[in-house]
Design a protein around this ligand. Structure first.
Ligand code: XMP
Length: 512
C-alpha cells in the first residue's frame, strides 16, 4: 500500500529555511519529511518518495566539509529539485567547472527574475517575479543537458535550470519563503505537476504528528503544561491529553488577575476535551501582595513572573515532572529571533523561567492559523471566536497609577465584563481585535446624586490589528460610548470614562 507520509523527502543541507520548505508543502497539502544527507539514500530505497528537494545551505561545493550527498540519488528516476546550495551541487556534480566561487560579498535580498514559464516548474507564473536570494557561489554556466529556465533581470545570473529527461530541476533563489512572490506556485508545480503528489495532508495528520513527536521526546517522563485558556496552550493540551494520558499534568493558575468567569470557562473546555486540569488557587493572594508593592509597569511584570515561576516550580516538584510543554508557535520563535536587536518594550511572563525542566515546544513548527483550525476540529469554536486575546498578567496591567488591591481588580473585572456584554449586544465584539478596559488611578472631581464625588476614571480602548505589531483605533459609535459610560459610572468610585483610540506606535495596546 502506498505510504502517503513519504511523498517528498527534503534533504537538509544546513539552510535556515529547511523547515520553511516543509511548512510551505504542508500549507499546500503535501506530506514531507526532513532528513540529513547521510540517511537519505537508504531511506529513499525503502520508502520510495515521489520527489526529493535538496535544501539550501551555507557551504560552498568547494568546501572540504560541504554536506555529502550521495550521487546515486540522481539515478533513481525520482524527480529532484535543488534549491540554492542544492542547485549548486546539482550543477557541480554534472560539470565540475560550472560553479563560480564567490569572490566578494554574498547576494542577499530581493532580486527580480525573468522566468521561462514553459518550464513545468514555472507554469502559471508571471514572466517576471520578485524572488528572495541568499547565496555566495553561483552557477556560471549550465552543465551539458541542462537548460536555463530563469535568469536575473539583466541576464547576468542563472536563477534556474533543468534537465527534463533526468527529472532534475534547480533554482538559485528560495521559492519557499514568503518574500518570493510566487504564491507557492513553484513548490506546488514541483510537488503536484512534476512529482504527481496528492494534496491529502490534513489537520488530522498534523494532530497525529504533534502527538507522536511529543511522545517520542517525552519518553517515560512526565510533562506539565500551564493552560491559560488562550488558544495555543489549550489546543496543545487538548491534542496531547489523549496521547500522553497520565504522563501529562495540566494546570491552570488562578493569578487573581483573570477575567470574570475565566476559570469556569476553561474548566468547561477541559471537560469537553478530556484535559485532566487542576486549578491552583492558593497563590492568588501572593500574586496580589507582591504586585501591589509597585506601580511601575515593568516592576509589576517582574513580580508577576517571580510568583508565576514559583508556582511552576511547586507544580513541577509535586508531579515529579521532567518536561515542560510550551505552546510557542513558529511565529513567536521567528519574532524572538530578531528580539536581540530590538529594544525591550515589555517583558513576557512565561519566557525563560529556568525551572531545570526540559522544554518541549510541539507547536513550534506551526502557524497561528493552523492552531486555530485544529482548535475548530476539537470543537473549540469558543476559543477561536468570541474571545479576544488577554495578557498573562491580566488585570494587574489594567490598574494604572495606583497599587493594585483586590477591590480595584474587582472593579476592572466587572467593567471588562460589562463592556464586553455591551459590545457583543451591538455585534461589535468580533470586529474588534482587542478591548482594554483599565482603571486610571488619578482622582478627579465629579458630582453624583447631590454631592461632590472625587474618584477614579475608567478608560476604554478598542483596537484593530492583524498582528499587534501595530494597531489602530476601532472607533465606537457615540450611542455605544454613551451606553458604556453610563454603565461604568454607576460604580461609586468611578467619576469619568475616557476612550482611547491612539495608534500603536506610539501607544501600545495595553496601558502598561
Ligand atoms: P502591546 O501592549 O505590547 O500588546 O501592544 C500586544 C499584545 O500582547 C499582549 N500583552 C501581553 N501578553 N504577557 C502576555 O501574555 C504580557 O506581559 C503582555 N503584555 C501585552 C496584549 O494584551 C496584546 O494582545
Amino acid at each position: 500500500m502506498e505510504n502517503k507520509n513519504h511523498q517528498i523527502l527534503i534533504i537538509d543541507l544546513g539552510s535556515q529555511y529547511t523547515q520553511i520548505i516543509r511548512r510551505s508543502l504542508r500549507y499546500l497539502g503535501f506530506h514531507s519529511i526532513i532528513l540529513p544527507p547521510g540517511d537519505s539514500l537508504k531511506w529513499v530505497e525503502n520508502n520510495k518518495p515521489k520527489g526529493i528537494i535538496l535544501s539550501g545551505g551555507s557551504a560552498s561545493v568547494y568546501d572540504t566539509d560541504a554536506p555529502k550527498i550521495t550521487e546515486e540519488l540522481l539515478s533513481l528516476g525520482v524527480p529532484i529539485l535543488g534549491i540554492c546550495y542544492g542547485m549548486q551541487w546539482l550543477a557541480y556534480i554534472n560539470d565540475r567547472s560550472s560553479i563560480q566561487a564567490v569572490k566578494e560579498g554574498k547576494s542577499y535580498g530581493p532580486v527580480e527574475i525573468a522566468v521561462n514559464n514553459k518550464s513545468s516548474l514555472f507554469q502559471n507564473l508571471r514572466d517576471k517575479i520578485n524572488a528572495w536570494s541568499s547565496h555566495g557561489d553561483s552557477v556560471k554556466h549550465a552543465p551539458a543537458g541542462f537548460e536555463v529556465t530563469a535568469t536575473s533581470k539583466d541576464g547576468s545570473v542563472i536563477e534556474a535550470m533543468e534537465c527534463m529527461p533526468k527529472k532534475l530541476y534547480a533554482v538559485q533563489f528560495h521559492p519557499e519563503v514568503e518574500q518570493t512572490e510566487d504564491e507557492n506556485i513553484i513548490l506546488n508545480n514541483f510537488a503536484r505537476g512534476v512529482c504527481g503528489c496528492l494534496q491529502d495532508y490534513s489537520k488530522k495528520d498534523v494532530i497525529a504528528e504533534i502527538g507522536k513527536s511529543t511522545k517520542e521526546k517525552l519518553g517515560n517522563g512526565t510533562a506539565i503544561i500551564g493552560v491559560s485558556g488562550g488558544v495555543d496552550s489549550t489546543t496543545l493540551a487538548a491534542i496531547l491529553a489523549p496521547v500522553l494520558g497520565s504522563q501529562l499534568k495540566a494546570f491552570m493558575i488562578d493569578t487573581g488577575g483573570m477575567r470574570k468567569d475565566e476559570i469556569e470557562k476553561v474548566k468547561k473546555i477541559a471537560e469537553k476535551t478530556k484535559i485532566n486540569l487542576t486549578v491552583i488557587g492558593h497563590y492568588k493572594n501572593k500574586f496580589i501582595e507582591k504586585i501591589s508593592t509597585t506601580i511601575d509597569a515593568e516592576g509589576k511584570r517582574a513580580k508577576f513572573r517571580e510568583v508565576y515561576g514559583e508556582v511552576f516550580k511547586e507544580v513541577a516538584k509535586s508531579y515529579g515532572a521532567t518536561h515542560m510543554l510550551q505552546g510557542t508557535l513558529a511565529t513567536d520563535l521567528i519574532e524572538s529571533g530578531s528580539a536581540g536587536k530590538s529594544a525591550l518594550i515589555k517583558t513576557h511572563h512565561n519566557v525563560d523561567l529556568k525551572l531545570g525542566l526540559k522544554e518541549i515546544m510541539p507547536l513550534s513548527d506551526y502557524f497561528k492559523f493552523e492552531v486555530r483550525e485544529i482548535a475548530r476540529l476539537f470543537g473549540l469554536e469558543e476559543l477561536v471566536a468570541g474571545r479576544q486575546p488577554f495578557p498573562g498578567p491580566g488585570l494587574y496591567l489594567r490598574v494604572v497609577g495606583v497599587p493594585v488591591t483586590e477591590e480595584l481588580l474587582e472593579i476592572v473585572r466587572e467593567a471588562d465584563h460589562e463592556v464586553t456584554e455591551i459590545l457583543k449586544k451591538h455585534q461589535l465584539y468580533d470586529k474588534i481585535s482587542q478591548t482594554v478596559v483599565a482603571l486610571l488611578g488619578v482622582n478627579t472631581v465629579g458630582v453624583k446624586g447631590d454631592g461632590r464625588a472625587y474618584g477614579y476614571s475608567m478608560v476604554v480602548r478598542t483596537v484593530e490589528t492583524v498582528d499587534f505589531m501595530t494597531v489602530k483605533g476601532f472607533y465606537l459609535p457615540p450611542p455605544v460610548c454613551e451606553e458604556i459610560t453610563s454603565a461604568l459610572v454607576k460604580h461609586p468610585k468611578i467619576v469619568r470614562v475616557f476612550y482611547d483610540w491612539t495608534t500603536k506606535p506610539p501607544a501600545t495596546t495595553e496601558f502598561e
